[in-house]
Design a protein around this ligand. Structure first.
Ligand code: BG6
Length: 495
């Protein structure tokens, strides 16, 4: 086998320093990178190998805490080539460079990682092909969003299919690399007690939340042309819906698993005019106290109508889920960072006990918390000790910390390692990416046809526009909002 080289396009960018290098370093320190590996960074910024190593070492010291040994040695595996990935002429130089690094005439154990702005996703593979770098054992990882809408995703898929075989293409969605996302499958399919209840007969509705307490940071240029729907919903959130809603694959293989994901996407109930008007709430954060509003952020136009928050009610039209609404939401600058799925079971048919403190909990809730404080909480009613028959909700909770070991791991490390080993299970297949866009495309079209469609402001640090509460009230419910400073799984404000 030829020497393994990972080539990162966008090597001087944010993703590389925050996520990719720390992930590669963690694989390195656990001896999980191929023997004699090399990493070649590509970007327009000028660096010599040595200055690039210094730059990454510095960033690693910043992003890997507490600092660990071996970072300097890790950096000796780094190389850098300055070129403009949009221009074809640089690729012969890239080939030349790869030959020098590997000492081989035609190195083919190559992994290209596209951590660039999405506008380059279509250009780079074509240039790789022209330079003859799409060799047999080569793989390519492409960041999300894969496409800007259905049409552009289809076009991208065509380009990739003309350069690589599908098994060489790894569309990454780092949520699937999260230990706790994978655990949804284990929770559902390695236990007998929940699955019989996991359907329309026992589940009333489901919430999927992935919110953050940060703004767009330095990413105004990217974010303003993207928005929350493309950045979070079309990929991360809908993946979580798929994990929650999918059927168990008979055998757990990449294809079987990915077939089930596509089946969920294909079953998403097409959005009607009414849904577009009433079951989608988009918002944008506004200034509060010393915190800037979205329109004051760097590289964001003062009249931007890009959404930084979106809440939607969606349905899945199949035997298991017909009639069960899935409420999904994501937002920047919310009170806290949390990703979780809340499954609300149906109420008991009859209330025969007194309610503790006037609050009558009749429905069980199961919370699958992906981050932070990864864990699972089941809520159920218990008699309050003492005279009478007052019932109160209590919680049974499991925290991943209890499992010991590397409880949460790193999503990027897991996915990069899977790709190196040729396992595509946790990556998005071409048909899945298109099926997802097919569902969300009408929303994007609606917003572009009706630019004045409501975009609600919400002050930084709040739970989003009030209109999204109203959407939930239609179902006689409220969003499950965890408390502001989550320190353990049992902090739920509405208790
Ligand atoms: C990225 C989005 O894919 O996911 C970001 O582009 C977002 O906007 C991030 O902040 C959230 O990921 P995580 O793992 O921090 O929840």
């Amino acid at each position: 086998m030829s020497k393994f080289v990972m080539i990162i396009f966008g090597a001087s960018g944010d993703l590389t320093k925050r996520k990719l290098m720390p992930a590669l370093y963690s694989l390195y320190k656990d001896n999980r990178l191929p023997e004699g590996f090399a990493i070649l960074g590509i970007g327009r910024t000028e660096y010599a190998d040595e200055t690039y190593r210094d730059y990454i070492l510095n960033e690693l010291e910043h992003f890997v805490t507490p600092a660990e040994v071996g970072m300097k040695e890790f950096c000796t595996h780094l190389h850098y080539l300055s070129l403009d990935p949009a221009k074809e002429e640089g690729y012969a130089m890239l080939d030349q460079h790869l030959q020098e690094i590997t000492g081989e005439k035609e190195p083919d154990n190559l992994l290209f990682y596209l951590a660039t702005p999405p506008s380059l996703y279509g250009v780079i593979p074509l240039h790789l092909k022209t330079a003859g770098l799409n060799r047999e054992h080569t793989r390519i990882i492409v960041e999300k969003p894969f496409g800007y809408n259905l049409k552009s995703a289809q076009e991208l898929n065509k380009i990739y299919a003309s350069v690589f075989e599908e098994h060489q293409i790894y569309r990454i969605d780092h949520f699937l690399g999260k230990e706790t996302a994978q655990n949804i499958l284990a929770f559902r399919f390695a236990n007998g007690i929940f699955e019989p209840l996991w359907n329309r007969n026992y589940i009333d509705y489901v919430e999927v939340t992935a919110v953050e307490n940060l703004g767009i940071e330095q990413r105004g240029g990217f974010y303003d042309g993207t928005g929350a729907l493309r950045d979070m919903v079309q990929n991360h959130l809908i993946q979580l819906v798929a994990l929650t809603a999918m059927e168990p694959p008979a055998v757990f293989t990449a294809d079987n698993f990915r077939n089930e994901v596509v089946k969920v996407y294909d079953s998403l109930k097409p959005l009607t005019e009414e849904d577009l008007n009433e079951h989608i709430v988009r918002g944008q954060y506004t200034a509060s106290g010393s915190k800037k509003g979205y329109r004051e952020e760097k590289n964001v136009p003062a009249d931007s109508r890009t959404e930084t928050y979106i809440a939607m009610k969606i349905g899945i039209d199949n035997w298991r889920w017909s009639g069960v609404p899935f409420y999904i939401r994501t937002g920047k600058q919310m009170p806290t960072k949390v990703t979780e799925i809340v499954v609300h079971f149906r109420e008991t048919p009859h209330q025969m006990f007194h309610c503790h403190g006037g609050h009558c909990p009749r429905a069980n809730k199961l919370i699958l918390r992906l981050q932070p404080n990864e864990g699972i909480v089941l809520k159920f009613g218990m008699k309050v000790p003492g005279p009478g028959f007052d019932v109160k909700q209590v919680m049974m909770d499991f925290s991943y910390d209890q499992l010991g070991g590397q409880a949460t791991g790193d999503a990027y490390a897991r996915l990069i390692e899977d790709c190196i080993q040729g396992d595509p299970t946790l990556f998005t297949r071409s048909d899945a990416v298109e099926a997802s866009w097919r569902f969300f495309d009408p929303v994007l079209r609606y917003w572009s046809e009706y630019p004045d469609a409501p975009l609600y402001g919400y002050p930084v640090g709040t739970w989003g526009p009030l209109e999204s509460e109203a959407m939930m009230h239609e179902h006689g419910a409220d969003w499950t909002n965890p408390c502001k400073n989550l320190t353990n799984t049992d902090q739920y404000c509405e208790l």
